[in-house]
Design a protein around this ligand. Structure first.
Ligand SMILES: O=C(O)CCC(=O)C(=O)O
Ligand SMILES: [Fe+2]
Length: 272
């Protein structure tokens, strides 16, 4: 595909994304990211009846939450925090600002955003909230979606998520009938030498295609993982199970698209 209309920066970004199917980029707006992290920590402290950590304590508070919560209580806390995150409209705007320019370069400038931002918390050595190997497109997402994955603590090795190397992923998905009667653990064992546990420190953002197999394993690091994920797509690309209005909300519809969608030909004019 000719790329001569791209800027040099867009060319580099898209080449790298098309090669690896993911990118790790610096947060574009640290103030927004810090405000997001503060809100999450406050909501978690409230859910656990703990004092709200100050800014200097927040990183330690999140990384060490397993010292104050059991695996059993965790999902309840997680759901309470998600509700708080999604209650304030500023939170979504801040989330978008953290990777706005990169999203526009990779996806388009007329974007739909997932209505509910997700939160994932992985305590050390806990197997209760793992996501086995999958590609979200296998379960209702369209292949036109990107995931914006933002860590609230430094994520690496099993404290992070893994993604499959693009060439290995392509081979397995092209020959998927071989795995028809196999478990997702069998599938993971098959690809395990071809997965990359992504190094995503706080202050950076992971953008990945959910067409590629990914997931997580038991966190064998000594700290708890906190990360958020939210999908974006170009408004006018095809939808699958996740519909506009229900799952996605338009966030940057441009004026000419509005005019075009609203325009009605006067009666008697030729309609194609
Ligand atoms: O955070 C993870 O470990 C996996 C996230 C995931 O599967 C997704 O966002 O689609
Ligand atoms: Fe996923």
């Amino acid at each position: 595909m000719p790329q001569d209309f791209y800027t040099e920066h867009e060319k580099l970004l898209s080449q790298q994304f098309l090669k690896d199917k993911y990118l790790i980029v610096p947060a574009e707006d640290m103030d927004s990211l810090n405000a997001i992290r503060k809100k999450v920590a406050e909501a978690a402290a409230a859910a656990l009846n703990l004092p709200i950590p100050n800014d200097d304590q927040t990183d330690h508070f999140l990384n060490h939450i397993h010292e104050r919560v059991t695996g059993k209580e965790l999902n309840d806390v997680r759901l309470k925090v998600i509700t708080e995150m999604n209650r304030d409209p500023w939170f979504r705007k801040a989330y978008f600002k953290v990777a706005r320019e990169n999203l526009m370069s990779l996806v388009g400038n007329e974007l739909a955003m997932q209505r509910r931002i997700n939160l994932s918390i992985q305590l050390p050595d806990d197997d209760s909230s793992l996501l086995p190997v999958h590609a979200d497109v296998w379960a209702g997402d369209s292949p036109y979606e990107i995931v914006q994955w933002i860590p609230l603590v430094n994520c690496h090795r099993t404290k992070s998520m893994y993604i499959t190397k693009a060439d290995a992923d392509e081979k397995v998905q092209a020959n998927f009938s071989a795995f028809k009667n196999k478990s997702s653990e069998d599938l993971f064992q098959h690809i395990k030498d071809d997965v990359i546990f992504l190094d995503v420190p706080y202050g950076s953002v992971l953008l990945f295609s959910q067409n590629v197999m990914h997931g997580n394993r038991i966190n064998t690091e000594k700290e708890t993982r906190w990360s958020m994920n939210c999908r974006f797509k170009s408004i006018l690309t095809p939808y699958h199970g996740k519909k506009m209005g229900e799952f996605f909300e338009p966030i940057t519809v441009r004026p000419l698209t509005r005019l075009g969608l609203e325009y009605k030909l006067p009666e008697g004019q030729y309609e194609q």
